[in-house]
Design a protein around this ligand. Structure first.
Ligand code: ADP
Length: 395
């Protein structure tokens, strides 16, 4: 069964085609800068046993043109389409086959994810038009977090803000947390229901999850992906009074402050750079703000590990994933330094070794296992698409 995974952003479209009989990638790529003067399409086909790359630079005015270009390059039969949808709200506890009611429910969640859900819906509509009769499945970033109990997902605001305005923690990166949690349990020789894990998705966006016996108990992102640990350009958690204080004292509008919190804060806010490779290079030259940015980042990660260890009571493993989590031994070492009191000790040699494979980096005396497990959100979406459709995707 060939499953096409589509992830539509506001100006991009990422896709991957899997043969789910053997979980191999047949093709994949990305269309970037949709709507700008020059769009870029990068397509890779692996079906002939080796990578064949196609690159096109041309105006790509909208997502429809992008999808048409992609459909033209995919030569294989498509049996089903799985869509990444960012915000499922409380309506969706699990991946769901798409029909009119599901599309309406996704649209009803637009106010909660105004930058993400509308392009996701465009992707769904275009795939329905291009691949008529093929089943479509939505896999939501928020699904995995729907097991978080009210005591953890509610904000201490007037309760009717939750009932009237749906203000609560939803959490994001759920597909990634679920994938690495399942994979790590498997690598430990256990079922997901047998282990307690703290998963750390540290990329441009960062989120941390407390997972008890396969079920998410809490996560660092909130109603929006701005909350939690500081990120590449996002502030993470703040004193909520700062927002009004900035409005009163700087003359900035709400939109301008929003832009600062999302695009000019986090690591970039402290030292002017958001990519940790550049920040480490600067720090090694003695740049004080680059050093401070890394210290702050590692400190905030450490606090969440401590908090989630308390939430879980017993922790079997920590799992680092995504661009920073998989590749940045400095951040991992700093975040875990001094945690031997919790039973966490890393082996510096294992931590410093680079590898694209899942691996452990804990020392022989560590009570808690520490894993680095590359994430694969697309494969998780493809797997859930197959699960939703059962054995007969064309039914
Ligand atoms: P996204 O959230 O956009 O999917 P990724 O998971 O790809 O992000 O992570 C991107 C970030 O990962 C980069 O901004 C960079 O900080 C970090 N990163 C990637 N490779 C490395 C590396 N080799 N060493 C340190 N950090 C890295």
């Amino acid at each position: 069964m060939n499953v096409l995974i589509i992830n539509t952003g506001s100006s991009s479209l990422k896709y991957q085609l899997f043969n789910m009989d053997n979980q191999s990638v047949l093709a994949g790529g990305v269309v970037e800068r949709i709507g700008e003067t020059q769009g870029i399409l990068t397509h890779k086909d692996f079906s002939m046993g080796k990578e064949q790359k196609t690159k096109k630079t041309q105006p790509i005015p909208n997502h429809k043109e992008a999808m048409l270009l992609v459909a033209d390059l995919i030569t294989q039969e498509i049996d089903a389409v799985g869509h990444r949808v960012v915000q499922g709200g409380e309506a969706f506890k699990a991946a769901t086959r798409i029909n009119e009611a599901v599309k309406n429910a996704i649209q009803a969640n637009n106010p909660l994810a105004p930058l993400h859900n509308p392009p996701n819906l465009i992707g769904i509509q275009l795939a329905e038009d291009l691949f008529p009769g093929k089943p479509q499945v939505a896999v939501f970033d928020t699904n995995f977090h729907q097991t978080i109990p009210p005591k953890a997902f509610l904000y201490a605001l007037p309760y009717e803000y939750y009932t009237d305005y749906k203000i609560r923690k939803y959490g994001f990166h759920g597909t990634s947390h679920k994938y690495v949690a399942n994979k790590t349990a498997q690598l430990m020789g256990k079922n997901p229901g047998e282990v307690n894990l703290i998963t750390l998705h540290l990329g441009n966006g960062c989120s941390i999850c407390a997972i008890k016996q396969g079920e998410c108990q809490d996560t660092s992102m909130g109603m929006t992906p701005l909350a939690g640990v500081m990120m590449g350009t996002r502030s993470g958690d703040l004193d909520p009074a700062i927002f009004g204080y900035l409005m009163d004292n700087t003359g900035m509008t709400q939109m301008e402050i929003d832009e600062v919190l999302n695009k000019k804060s986090g690591l970039a806010g402290i030292c002017g750079l958001n990519d940790l490779r550049d920040i480490h290079a600067r720090a090694s030259q003695g740049d004080k703000l680059a050093i401070l940015a890394v210290e702050m980042f590692a400190y905030q990660i450490k606090k969440y590990i401590g908090a989630y260890a308390a939430v879980l009571g017993h922790v079997d493993g920590l799992v680092f994933t995504a661009g920073v989590g998989e590749n940045d031994e400095i951040v991992r070492a700093k975040a875990l330094a001094g945690l031997s009191v919790f039973g966490i000790e890393i082996d510096p040699d294992k931590n410093n070794k680079r590898s694209p494979d899942p691996r452990t980096i804990h020392g022989s005396n560590s009570r808690i296992q520490v894993w680095v497990v590359p994430t694969n959100e697309e494969l998780q979406i493809a797997t859930e698409t197959c699960q939703v459709l059962g054995s007969n995707p064309t039914s």
